[in-house]
Design a protein around this ligand. Structure first.
Ligand code: GCU
Length: 672
């Protein structure tokens, strides 16, 4: 039975007519590129795909036969092949059906073997999605340089915020035993263009930098290398003390600097193409430069100095907040913006999409656009810590696209910061906190695979539309038949907004249960830190609801560019989606819909529940189109989601009613 293991690389037999068309276009693979492990991987994938979809083995040939797939790099391209090579860059690819030396062939061209691997996956995607192979003419080059998964995997194989089983990395058996699954992981990533993996949790243990673990990481790097994936590690700032026996981890101390230099040399001796360090410092209790009176730039630059000679980068996270903050959302900007221009050239500051913490909806982080002299990476969470784990269906393409397309007010949208074009940055990156584990289907649910997929596609091209990405994914994963495919896409496209509606509508945030962040708990007010309490975030009382970040409140809004700050300072020009993020308003505040704020809040909770009920009906109707096992699994999850959407709605309405003291609007069903 189908179990989802193959992800979007299923390659099931096409129907008769399509199979015949594929036959004609894939008679042989012709190699016009230097031999390499990556080229081998490309050929193996093409053969696997064609064997699956066309039901036949294709030969590898050196002769230019009609109907060949020609893998070509400029140095060995067949005579007569004229292509815009320069436009493809180091990793880009081109697919073109053309006549070459009198034969109709499909050219897969790139400047590197990795580009050919990406191009091969792109051609297979074209086949899977029903593209017209006889007229193929596509090309693409990544807009973002470093496209990374961040695994929050602990060395004991527990995955922080992981809802898909244990860590894939079997540290006990590494480096000697290499689970074949590592190759499938690499294939899946390469098919999207993901080119880096941070193996261990940002809440890092120093152990991951010891020789035995470096040997294990090196073994994984060896598996991933042909697929263009570099290995990175999260580094614990206090490692010189914990591992090196030094008295301090002060970044300005010469002995500390020497320790990190030696550590970097040791790492590169076993992993010559090591990507670099990801660092969570002075955040949620982690050690960092501030422990010694230094700042983030001091800390990052020390590590950059150690990695620089080897070509490594430091990804220094901007996710920081302190216990007594009057407005936790402000702290990242407060600590980092003044350091603009102070970071070494191989440092990239990694910023979460929003200023709090991966909520169902947040405004974009105010650092985007505000640090013109510093490379900034966008960090999103693929794993759904605050969006119902892997039980709730929420396609995150619209969430990722929403932040990428947001206008920073600094002359361009977030995507232009991420791809470096706004301020001319050459070091560019996008990171996604992985949702992958040992579950047979990798991601905990079938539809959560789409979030891994969407992250990869958008990291390659931040301007892709979320619906287009969903269409490709649904065609590759479930069915390319247009009506069924589009029904799946429609279901996906409404799913994240449904979660916003039944959890945290109108800009509310962080109402989730303590610690685990699953289920509603807006009433919690007794945690050891004020800024962990849901009441800190929603501030509901008899007078109204919402966090006042306007100039009359915390003035968090002033961290945005003037054009944005002006709009969001006034509730009448703040989009309803962000209203209670920026404003504390009376319950009878008149909404654009004509309802009162209280009425609108209730209506949104109801709309969320209704959308999930509708998603269930849509999925049921797709039964004839989907294999039984996966259909049943998704249906079972949707039943849980419907139940829990109701739970969220009932709990939040009951609680907020206890604050507002207002009756439910006419016709609304009372909470159970
Ligand atoms: C969230 C999450 C933590 C994680 C942190 C981070 O707060 O709940 O588990 O460590 O983000 O991004 O560092």
């Amino acid at each position: 039975a189908e179990d989802g293991y193959d992800l979007w690389l299923r390659y099931r037999p096409l129907d008769g007519a399509a199979q015949a068309r594929l036959h004609a276009q894939a008679r042989a693979v012709v190699l016009a590129a230097p031999a390499s492990p990556s080229l081998d991987a490309a050929v193996a994938e093409l053969r696997r795909g064609v064997a699956g979809m066309a039901g036949r083995e294709i030969a590898v040939s050196t002769r230019l036969v009609p109907g060949a797939l020609v893998l070509a790099t400029p140095g060995q391209a067949p005579a007569g092949l004229v292509l815009p090579w320069a436009d493809l860059g180091r990793e880009g690819w081109l697919l073109r059906r053309q006549t070459l030396q009198g034969r109709d062939v499909t050219v897969i061209a790139a400047n590197s073997d990795i580009g050919l691997l990406y191009g091969s996956f792109a051609w297979l995607r074209a086949v899977q999605t029903g593209a017209d192979l006889a007229r193929l003419d596509q090309r693409s080059a990544p807009k973002v340089g470093l496209r990374l998964l961040n695994h929050w995997d602990n060395l004991d194989r527990h995955v922080e915020r992981g809802y898909a089983g244990a860590s894939l990395w079997d540290w006990w058996k590494l480096p000697d035993l290499l689970d074949p699954r590592y190759v499938d992981y690499a294939r899946a990533n390469a098919s999207l263009g993901i080119n880096g993996a941070v193996l261990n949790n940002v809440n890092a243990k120093a152990d991951s930098l010891t020789a035995p673990f470096l040997a294990k990481a090196a073994a994984l790097a060896g598996v991933f290398r042909p697929y263009g994936i570099k290995v990175y590690l999260s580094a614990r700032f206090s490692a010189p003390v914990e591992l090196g026996g030094l008295k301090t981890a002060d970044p300005l101390d010469p002995a500390v600097r020497a320790w990190w230099k030696a550590k970097a040399d040791e790492i590169y001796a076993v992993i010559p193409d090591f990507g670099g360090f990801l660092v969570k410092a002075n955040s949620e209790g982690q050690p960092g430069p501030q422990d010694y009176g230094r700042n983030h730039a001091d800390g990052a630059n020390m590590l950059a100095e150690a990695l620089g000679p080897h070509g490594g980068v430091v990804m220094w996270r901007a996710f920081v907040y302190a216990a007594d903050a009057s407005d936790r959302a402000k702290q990242g900007y407060v600590e980092f913006q003044p350091l603009d221009g102070k970071f070494a050239p191989n440092v990239i500051v990694q910023v979460k999409n929003g200023p709090i913490d991966f909520q169902p909806r947040e405004p974009f982080h105010p650092l985007f656009g505000a640090m013109p002299h510093t490379p900034l990476a966008l960090e999103v969470q693929i794993t759904k810590e605050y969006l119902g784990f892997s039980t709730h269906l929420a396609y995150l393409g619209p969430l990722f696209a929403e932040v990428l397309q947001a206008d920073t007010g600094h002359g361009g949208k977030v995507a232009r910061v991420v791809d470096g074009s706004l301020h001319g940055q050459r070091l560019t990156a996008m990171a996604g906190v992985a949702n992958i584990g040992t579950d047979r289907n990798w991601s905990g649910s079938q539809f959560d695979q789409a979030n891994w997929y969407a992250f990869g596609r958008l990291a390659w091209d931040p301007d892709l539309g979320a619906a287009d990405v969903a269409r490709d994914w649904a065609a590759q994963t479930f069915t390319a038949r247009p009506a069924a495919r589009d029904a799946i896409v429609a279901l996906m496209m409404g799913s994240r907004e449904a979660v916003v509606d039944y959890m945290t509508p109108l800009g509310l945030h962080h109402l989730m249960g303590t610690g685990h962040h699953y289920g509603p708990a807006p009433w919690v007010d007794n945690l050891e830190r004020a800024d962990w309490n849901p009441v800190y975030f929603h501030r509901a009382g008899r007078d109204g609801i919402g966090f006042d970040r306007s100039p009359a409140g915390s003035n968090g809004v002033a961290q945005y560019a003037p054009s944005v700050a002006r709009l969001w300072s006034d509730p009448r020009t703040t989009p309803p989606e962000l209203l209670l993020w920026f404003h504390h308003l009376p319950w009878d505040y008149a909404m654009p819909s004509g309802r009162s704020l209280w009425g609108e809040l209730v209506a949104r909770y109801d709309r969320g529940v209704a959308t999930v009920d509708d998603m269930r009906r849509r999925w049921d109707a797709l039964k004839p189109e989907i294999d039984a096992a996966r259909h049943a699994e998704v249906a079972a999850y949707l039943a849980v989601q419907a139940h829990e959407a109701q739970w969220w709605r009932d709990a939040c309405i009951a609680y907020f009613q206890s604050m507002s003291g207002l009756p439910l609007p006419a016709g609304v069903r009372p909470p159970a």
